[in-house]
Design a protein around this ligand. Sequence first.
Ligand code: ATP
Ligand code: MG
Length: 345
Amino acid sequence: MTAAAASGRPPLLRVEGLCTGFPSRAGMLHAVDGVDFSLDRGEILGLVGESGSGKSVTGFSILGLVDPPGRILGGRVLLDGVDLAALDEPARRAIRGKRIAMIFQDPMMTLNPVLRIDTQMIEAVTAHEATGTAQARERARAALVQVGIAAPDERLLAYPHQLSGGMRQRVAIAIALVNRPDVIIADEPTTALDVTIQGQILHEMQALVRESGTALVWITHDLSVVAGLADRVCVMYAGRIVESGPVDAVLDAPRHPYTRGLIDSVPAMNPRGRPLAQIPGNAPSPVDLPPGCTFRARCSRAIERCGDMPPLEAPADEGGGGGDGTRARTVRCWNPVPLPAQGSR
Ligand SMILES: Nc1ncnc2c1ncn2[C@@H]1O[C@H](COP(=O)(O)OP(=O)(O)OP(=O)(O)O)[C@@H](O)[C@H]1O
Ligand SMILES: [Mg+2]
């Protein structure tokens, strides 16, 4: 049971049965198809899955930023127990950037190329608070220091094009932090950076979450990033979560055949010299999802029952039942990978 659940408080962020679709000529494209998870203060959740699995659309849906004609088809997003869909647009706008902030893979989604960094950061503060310019500037400076920017006074006077890629991403992260949000949704913000800068940013973000109690959703296709950064992980496949749980449990002993396949195809997570495995075939089209388990055509463990959609629940040999309300591992599979024998992990 989570700390919030034990105290009777709702979790900070709860996503329930979220479905988001984009109408297309071939029919509705089900980008996100029944996603559930919750997140408490100070927690880091890794959302992983291959390209097109619905990670970014999940992030945009939480913020109410789905590109029309795309729309949320069902489910709820609750912040501190309040359904965001029940709020009017001004109330939602007040939450975006203030209580929930998003960091994008491309920092120029956040930064305006023709404005100085100080102008943009001060504006990010004053958009949400009646704060004087000097005070907002001080907050901006402090946020730059928080993300490890040396010489923050100089950087405040720069334009985005005068900064390196890594520095721009740090500034974009600082803009997300400047209003001390409760939740940050980071959509692959370090994917385009070299590994040393990526390592520094991951280290700083983790420290920051621990200090401030901010909750962080880190979207990535890179399992090794999740291994080092997150507390819990949700693995997405074709718009659905197929496995979730504490990072160590899921990565050490995955139960969903898709998670197993993902781990086996990551070079850094395999014993040296062992040939890398690959998952045969391709993900199904989100316009024409097959009934039942969407992974079954690629799955070596598929059985007849997989023609019915399995629920996301704790495997029977790990206690069974339970939904997302507990932090135990859950898996959407009728024939999960067996647990390794004791002592062989
Ligand atoms: N604006 C849009 N209009 C139409 N379809 C979209 C739109 N945005 C996303 N999709 C579709 O929704 C599905 C999920 O996309 P999403 O961007 O969430 O994937 P992702 O997991 O973030 O992938 P990546 O790792 O490549 O970023 C894909 O099939 C994608 O083509
Ligand atoms: Mg994406």
